[in-house]
Design a binder for this molecule. Structure first.
Ligand code: NAD
Length: 235
């Protein structure tokens, strides 16, 4: 492997074969809901009980899915890179926990996590593998009706942007896996990587909106093309 610093960006496509639907294969709906209803601050303000129920169901559904060979392969790549003194950052737009359950460490969840919630009053963030409700009381500040899913909704600022941009600016290789290239700022990472001299590779089921930015695009299911690429990388 003659690459020393890699940044990998993953999207909903990497979890599709585990049984979690992407936005694109449902025509922009998330489990039958328009994204404006369940993934915006305005949707939450309009009907917090519906939005809490939606994320309770998504969180509970994690128990019925397993990581697929793509998640496992990226964890293998991470271990191999680190054993060889290389640097690798796995950044995901996904809110599921399949990278971690596939063995990856320190995954950067730029859009938050289903198994985290926070209090909008005191900004206390906490792990959560149970249902929350509008009436839930924050354990830190004891306010009621302020605990919400720790998900970055459309119109909110993604997490860890400084660290992600720093890693992209110094990487030798930027790889995008299973993402449509439609959701910014993640869709713009490839341009930053190229501008700073990295090679760029896209692994996706189909040509995406951003494909033309990449040096190379390989098409296929993540569960096959990601392990194949990792084998090439680690030998
Ligand atoms: P997206 O739905 O916009 O695009 C998914 C991409 O994956 C598409 O380009 C599609 O062609 C590709 N794809 C589908 N099946 C694939 C497979 N088997 N192998 C490889 N590629 C496959 O998703 P996005 O680009 O991640 O952006 C939408 C937003 O949706 C993100 O912010 C994310 O947080 C949220 N989301 C997350 C999950 C999750 O956590 N698993 C699920 C749905 C939506």
């Amino acid at each position: 492997m003659n690459v020393n610093k890699i940044v990998i960006l993953t999207g909903a496509g990497i979890s599709a074969e585990s049984g979690i639907k992407t936005f694109r294969d449902t025509g922009g709906l998330w489990e039958d809901h328009p994204v404006e209803q369940v993934a915006t601050p305005e949707g939450y303000a309009a009907d917090p009980a519906l939005v809490q129920r939606f994320y309770n169901l998504r969180r509970a559904a994690l128990k019925d899915v397993e990581p697929n060979p793509a998640h496992v392969a990226l964890a293998t790549l991470q271990r191999e890179m680190q054993a060889r003194g290389g640097e690798i950052m796995i950044v995901t737009q996904n809110v599921d926990d399949l990278h971690e359950r596939g063995g990856a460490k320190n995954v950067v969840h730029m859009h938050g996590e289903l198994k985290r919630v926070f209090c909008a009053a005191c900004d206390h963030h906490m792990d959560c593998d149970y249902d929350i409700f509008v009436e839930t009381t924050c354990p830190a500040c004891k306010t009621t009706s302020t605990v919400r899913p720790d998900i970055v909704w459309f119109g909110e600022i993604p997490y860890h942007m400084d660290a992600i941009e720093r890693a992209i600016k110094k990487c030798d290789l930027f790889v995008s896996i299973g993402t449509s290239g439609a959701v910014y700022p993640a869709a713009g990472f490839v341009q930053i990587a190229k501008h700073y001299g990295a090679d760029t590779l896209e692994l996706n089921l189909e040509v995406s909106q951003g494909s033309y930015h990449f040096d190379e695009t390989r098409l296929g299911k993540a569960g096959s093309i990601v392990p194949d690429w990792v084998k090439e990388m680690v030998g």
